[in-house]
Design a protein around this ligand. Structure first.
Ligand code: GLV
Ligand code: MN
Ligand code: MN
Length: 416
């Protein structure tokens, strides 16, 4: 394994990343690939072709999670998994998720070129809908694989137009019973996901890779505020039931609650706020908004949710508006596996890479895979910590370092 860095074809990988980025619902360089949309389907086909060209056996499950397998010498052993997602939120960049998928493929090709023969199979996984854009819930494919999202919950999922997950997946050609998506613990021997940091610290500290020890606990809610509409001129201020004014109070209450934990690790965001009817001269009668609260400490995160719950009660009563809050998810924090972290550390040392242990603040499919297999993550830097934006950027050198460390790690894990 001494020359896995030398065998790495960074030009091939960068070309593939750029080609994948061209497959977008938006005009490149903006990447938008919402799950099961036309661009997502074309991107899946593109990646599948690359995997098959590398001699991997590709199959998918009933929700479109895709598994590309490099058969090991002992086919009875549980495989080592790697991978991430290729769906992208509206107005995204090209590295989030894709670096873990195409970089994982490149790591496999490096090992193949070196003549390495894995004992355990190595499986590249492309998870369906890591992003919550269409169905409002993140990590849909990995959640279902780990049976964290039950079949009953999955059957209630709908997009904004009311189309169900069932309709979408069948249109995309993913058939078969949804309950077959869940896999038992032990399906993977171990799992390691490479991803961009989506934060600034590796770049600032001039490190090559980060070894992720914990993944922050995310929670999100959908809040609907029903007030009373009317003419913006005709209806005087006393007695108004303005749904957007109530929403504004809740947004600030969330910000205050997140800031007042005193921990830098607590974050709270309202990223969607839809106003009905949305006319200049009409009092908003309804607001639909989402909240996203995260922390590495699940109890502290829940404290913010409780404070927000208090604000919902108080604002609703005082303003005479009806507020319904639906919890979409409240996931626990993830602790990554010590043995995989040790293998990543040894690989980083052998590859001569500068590294540190760190926390993942975004959520990842790994959070859910960790429910069924020992799991860890490998971060690479991204410029300025910018992500979920078209100007997201990771240099070929950073990506190359990540693939080098990943290839060594996959070799070590698959030999066990
Ligand atoms: C995933 O993209 C997240 O929102 O953390
Ligand atoms: Mn993302
Ligand atoms: Mn991601």
């Amino acid at each position: 394994m001494t020359d896995s860095g030398a065998s790495l074809s960074i030009d091939r990988l960068m070309t593939e990343l750029m080609e994948l980025a061209q497959i977008s619902e938006a005009k490149p360089p903006v990447v938008t690939r919402v799950v099961f949309g036309e661009a997502d389907m074309r991107a899946r086909a593109y990646v599948k072709e690359l995997c098959e060209a590398a001699g991997l056996a590709v199959r998918h499950d009933a929700i479109g999670n895709t598994f590309a397998r490099w058969e090991g010498s002992d086919a009875h052993l549980a495989p080592v998994g790697t991978g991430s997602h290729i769906d992208a939120i509206p107005n995204a960049g090209l590295y989030d998720g894709c670096v873990g998928v195409l970089g994982g493929l490149e790591a496999i090709r490096v090992l193949q070129q070196l003549g390495y023969k894995p004992r355990r199979s190595i499986e590249l996984v492309i998870f369906t809908a890591e992003e919550p854009t269409r169905f409002g819930i993140g990590c849909l494919g990995s959640r279902m694989m780990a049976n964290v999202l039950t079949l009953k919950q999955a059957l209630t999922l709908r997009d904004k137009e009311g189309r169900s997950l069932e309709e979408w997946r069948e249109q995309a050609g993913f058939t078969g019973p949804l309950e077959s998506v869940a896999v038992p613990a032990g399906r993977f021997h171990q799992f390691v996901e490479m991803h961009i940091e989506q934060g600034p610290y590796l770049e600032q500290e001039q490190l090559d890779v980060g070894l992720v020890t914990h993944i922050a606990a995310p929670a999100s809610q959908r809040i609907v505020i029903e007030g009373e509409g009317g003419h913006a001129g005709g209806k005087l201020m006393p007695g108004r039931k303005d749904a957007l004014a109530a929403a504004a109070e809740l947004i600030l209450a969330l910000e205050t609650a997140a800031k007042s934990t005193g921990a830098i690790d607590t974050v709270g965001t309202v990223g969607v706020c839809e106003v009905f009817p949305g006319a200049v001269n009409s009092i908003p009668s309804r607001v639909t908004m989402t909240t996203d609260v995260r922390d590495i400490d699940g109890v502290r995160r829940d404290g913010v949710l409780t404070a927000l719950g208090g604000a919902i009660e108080e604002v609703g009563t005082r303003r005479g508006v009806k507020i319904a809050a639906e919890l979409i998810n409240a996931d626990p924090p993830t602790t990554c596996d010590a043995a995989i972290l040790a293998a990543l550390e040894e690989s980083a040392k052998q590859a001569g890479k500068r590294y540190k242990r760190m926390v993942a603040r975004a959520y990842h499919d790994s959070s859910f895979v960790s429910c069924i297999a020992p799991t860890a993550m490998l971060f690479i830097p991204c410029r300025g910590g910018v992500s979920h934006r078209p100007d997201e950027y990771a240099s070929p050198e950073w990506i190359g370092s990540g693939v080098h460390v990943l290839a060594r790690t996959l070799a070590a894990l698959s030999a066990q």
